[in-house]
Design a protein around this ligand. Structure first.
Ligand SMILES: [Zn+2]
Length: 105
C-alpha cells in the first residue's frame, strides 16, 4: 500500500468518525430535549429545540434514503455482474475450441 492510499484511507476514516460522532451528539440532543419546555425565541417565533429536532430528523430520513438507494444500486450491480460472469463462463465452456472439436474433417 502506497503512502497516498494510506492518507486517503485515514481521511475517509476521519470523515466517517466525524459523521458517527455528530450523529451520536444529535441523538443525545434529541434524547435530552424530548420533554422540554417550548420557547418562542427561534426563527419565525418557533421553538428552537423543536426546530433543531425537526431538522435532524429530516436529515436522518434523507441520509437513510440515500444509503438505502446506494445499497440497492450496489447489490443490483453485483447481481448483474455475477449473472453476466456465469453466462460468460457457460459460453466459454461450451465453445468448439474448448471441446477440441476439429472442423476440417
Ligand atoms: Zn419545543
Amino acid at each position: 500500500m502506497t503512502d497516498k492510499q494510506t492518507k486517503k484511507r485515514l481521511i475517509a476514516l476521519a470523515v466517517l468518525l466525524c459523521v458517527v460522532v455528530i450523529s451520536l451528539f444529535s441523538e443525545m440532543f434529541i434524547f435530552t430535549h424530548a420533554n422540554h419546555e417550548h420557547d418562542h425565541d427561534g426563527v419565525h417565533g418557533g421553538c428552537t429545540a423543536c426546530e433543531q429536532i425537526y431538522n435532524f430528523e429530516n436529515l436522518k430520513k434523507q441520509i437513510s434514503a440515500a444509503v438505502c438507494g446506494a445499497s440497492f444500486a450496489f447489490l443490483s450491480l453485483f447481481a448483474v455482474v455475477s449473472i453476466i460472469k456465469c453466462i460468460y463462463f457457460q459460453i466459454e465452456l461450451s465453445s468448439l475450441v474448448s471441446l477440441k472439436i476439429r472442423m476440417n474433417n
